[in-house]
Ligand binder design. Structure first.
Ligand SMILES: [Cu+2]
Length: 164
C-alpha cells in the first residue's frame, strides 16, 4: 500500500515537469491572466486571471509579490453604500473543484510601488504564496481594458508607444 502511494507520487512529479505550468503540482491552472494597462503616472496596477482548482481541496492564497513592484496585495473590490471600495485580503480561498475569477470589480491582485508602470506588450512576473507553503509563479501580459471604452482601439497600434 505505502509503496503504491510513493510510486504514484513519483509519477505525478515526473508529469509535472512538463512545461505547461509550474502549478500543476497543486492541480490548478491559471488562465486568461492580464495586468491592466495604466498611465505612466499611475501609482498602482491591477492583475486579473481565472483560476481552475482541479483538486479536491481548497487552495488558499496567502501572499503575492510581483517583479518591478515594491509591494503587492490580494484585494477584493465590492460595492458599499453605492461606492466601490477595495479591501486587502489576508487570504483568498478557492474552493475545491471550482473555476474562480479574479476580475475587475471583484478579487484582484493590487500591484503597488511600481519601479515603472508596466506597459502593454510587457509581462509582469507574479508569485503567489499558498497556505501549503508552495509558491506559484506566472507571467501576466499587460493589456488595455477595453471594457469601459466605446472607442475602438483595435485598429491603433499601441505596441510602439513609448511610456517613459
Ligand atoms: Cu485593489
Amino acid at each position: 500500500m505505502q509503496k503504491s502511494i510513493i510510486t504514484t507520487l513519483i509519477a505525478t512529479a515526473i508529469f509535472s515537469t512538463a512545461p505547461t505550468f509550474a502549478a500543476e503540482k497543486t492541480n490548478m491552472m491559471i488562465m486568461d491572466s492580464w495586468v491592466r494597462a495604466a498611465p505612466p503616472s499611475a501609482k498602482v496596477q491591477a492583475a486579473f486571471f481565472t483560476l481552475m482548482n482541479h483538486s479536491d481541496k481548497p487552495i488558499v492564497f496567502t501572499d503575492v509579490e510581483a517583479q518591478g513592484f515594491g509591494h503587492s496585495e490580494l484585494h477584493l473590490s465590492s460595492k458599499k453604500d453605492g461606492v466601490m471600495v477595495m479591501e486587502k485580503q489576508q487570504q483568498i480561498t478557492i474552493p475545491a473543484n471550482t473555476v474562480f475569477q479574479f476580475k475587475p470589480g471583484s478579487y484582484h491582485v493590487m500591484l503597488l510601488e511600481p519601479n515603472k508602470i508596466a506597459a502593454p506588450g510587457e509581462q509582469v512576473t507574479i508569485s503567489f504564496t499558498l497556505l501549503s507553503g508552495e509558491k506559484i509563479t506566472t507571467k501576466m501580459p499587460v493589456k488595455r481594458d477595453n471594457s469601459k471604452t466605446k472607442m475602438d482601439h483595435s485598429k491603433m497600434d499601441h505596441s510602439n508607444m513609448k511610456h517613459d
